[in-house]
Design a protein around this ligand. Structure first.
Ligand code: SDX
Length: 434
């Protein structure tokens, strides 16, 4: 924080208020408007939070103009190249990279928390077979608060760390069971001998009737994709977790609210929407420009899914890395014709859009969701599971941001105000006189 200030002047009354201007370690300076209502009697107004910092945080830094993403100060490109998802979980939670023995202990603890209470498994039987796996995940993660509530003190750092371990460990089990239930397959329990992503593939695809060995290429690609999705500053779902958690709500319930927010196609649901869009484009046989023109037409609700971002006004650094994984995996896996066609259409659509003035002047580039769905398809993961995997990966971000908020003595319950423009002071009219 610094001792610089900004003066806000009310030109209608001449009244002025001088407020602090904070200098972060990186990124734009921040005007502290906390006293504006008290001093000027006015609320500030910023629907969608286009210019509003909701908190201070030391977890993830984004520079939208430069396409920079760093977790605890480490550039995403270096972590993608050298780290693993569980090491990134350790880094995000502990604000430093682990020693070898610390990482081994961390992995060992996660491995031993992957099971669900048997009563939880029966919870799945209540869902229809055609229930969307995100609907099941919202319900099941929220239901974890029924198992871990009474003896949990959210103001105790050790309890917060146990909660983090439980969520990191159980999300793949919950996710895989959603898929098994939806497909009428028997539930598969985790195997401690497998690593984190191998275990997920095992729970998703193994059958009790035969041996199953997870494909190491797929497990590695999934681990890399999970690193890229782990955290992303104060995005919609993380802000939802913070707001829910700010009332001291149960963290499992708060994370369930984040899963609900992520599900939207404007947010994490975009990866499923991208592949559905690419399939529609391929089936239509129409030129790509037709779809780009529709995306530009204000009278047409169609948007190019996987394009644009509130923060990145340059290429999303994660999209660049995922595109490389996509190429590599489809090459190694000898992609099916349909998968290759989807990738070819995605690459061609990207080229057409990035040469179109409308997209260029609005800085609309492919984002993290543009290519990830194609990789998930190549892994044999069905479209309605794509956002479930995003939620699995983002769980560490949600619980780290929640924990940072809960450990901040100054944090308060989030309670925004409004610009009210409805009716006022009406007189009730009895029904027989209306
Ligand atoms: C994620 O916040 C995060 O960090 C999210 C995320 C994370 O890791 O948590 O990065 C994950 O959610 C990525 C985004 C996935 N969503 C999509 O791909 C859906 C398609 N994208 C758009 O819905 C949109 O770009 C958003 C929601 C991502 C961003 O919306 P903004 O910042 O509110 O921007 P906007 O809607 O105000 O758009 C600005 C202009 C508008 O045109 P004008 O009014 O200026 O004429 O750009 C246009 C928009 O119409 N525009 C698009 C477009 N995205 C924006 N036009 C066509 N196609 C698009 N995809």
């Amino acid at each position: 924080m610094s001792d610089e200030t900004v003066t806000i002047r009310d030109n209608s009354t001449g009244k002025e208020v001088t407020v602090p201007l904070y200098t972060p370690t990186a990124g734009p300076k921040v005007i502290d408007i906390g006293s504006v209502y008290k001093e000027l009697g006015y609320f500030t107004y910023d629907p969608g939070f286009m210019s509003t910092a909701s908190c201070s945080s030391a977890i993830t830094f984004l520079d939208g103009g430069e396409g920079v993403l760093q977790y605890r100060g480490y550039p995403i490109e270096q972590l993608a190249e050298n780290s693993s998802y569980l090491e990134v979980c350790y880094l995000l939670l502990n604000d430093r990279l682990p020693q070898k023995d610390e990482l081994d202990d961390f992995i060992n603890t996660v491995t031993r928390h992957t099971m669900l209470h048997e009563a939880m498994i029966r919870f799945y039987q209540g869902f229809r077979r055609d229930a969307h796996p995100m609907a099941i995940m919202v319900g099941c993660v929220g239901a974890l608060s029924a198992f871990y509530h009474d003896h949990m003190d959210i103001h105790n750092p050790e309890h917060r760390m146990i909660t983090a371990f439980r969520l990191i460990a159980k999300m793949p089990t919950i996710a895989a069971l959603s898929y098994r239930h939806a497909n009428g397959k028997p539930f598969v329990y985790p195997r401690n001998a497998l690593n984190y992503t191998e275990n997920f593939l095992h729970m998703m695809f193994s059958m009790p009737t035969e041996e199953y060995t997870p494909n190491p290429l797929l497990a590695k690609a999934l681990d890399l994709i999970m690193i890229l999705h782990a955290d992303h500053e104060q995005n919609a779902s993380t802000s939802t977790v913070r707001l829910a958690g700010s009332s001291d709500a149960n963290p499992f319930a708060a994370v369930a609210s984040g899963i609900a927010a992520l599900w939207g196609p404007a947010h994490g649901g975009a990866n499923e929407a991208v592949v559905r869009m690419l399939i529609d484009i391929n089936r239509s046989g129409k030129p790509l420009q037709d779809f780009v023109d529709r995306a530009k037409d204000k009278n047409d609700p169609f948007r190019l899914m996987g394009f644009g971002h509130r923060v990145y006004k340059n290429y999303d650094p994660r999209a660049k890395l995922i595109r490389e994984i996509c190429h590599q995996l489809l090459n190694d896996m000898e992609a099916t014709d349909e998968q290759q066609k989807l990738l070819d259409t995605a690459m061609a659509l990207e080229k057409v859009a990035l040469e179109d003035e409308y997209f260029v002047e609005r800085n609309l580039y492919p984002n993290v969701d543009f290519y990830s769905g194609i990789i998930f398809l190549a892994m044999g993961i069905p479209m309605n599971m794509f956002t479930v995997i995003f939620a699995m990966a983002r769980t560490i971000g949600w619980i780290t941001q929640w924990s940072e908020m809960m450990s901040d003595e100054t944090s308060k319950i989030g309670r925004p105000r409004q610009l009210y423009n409805g009716a006022i002071d009406l007189k009730y009219v009895p029904i027989d006189q209306r």
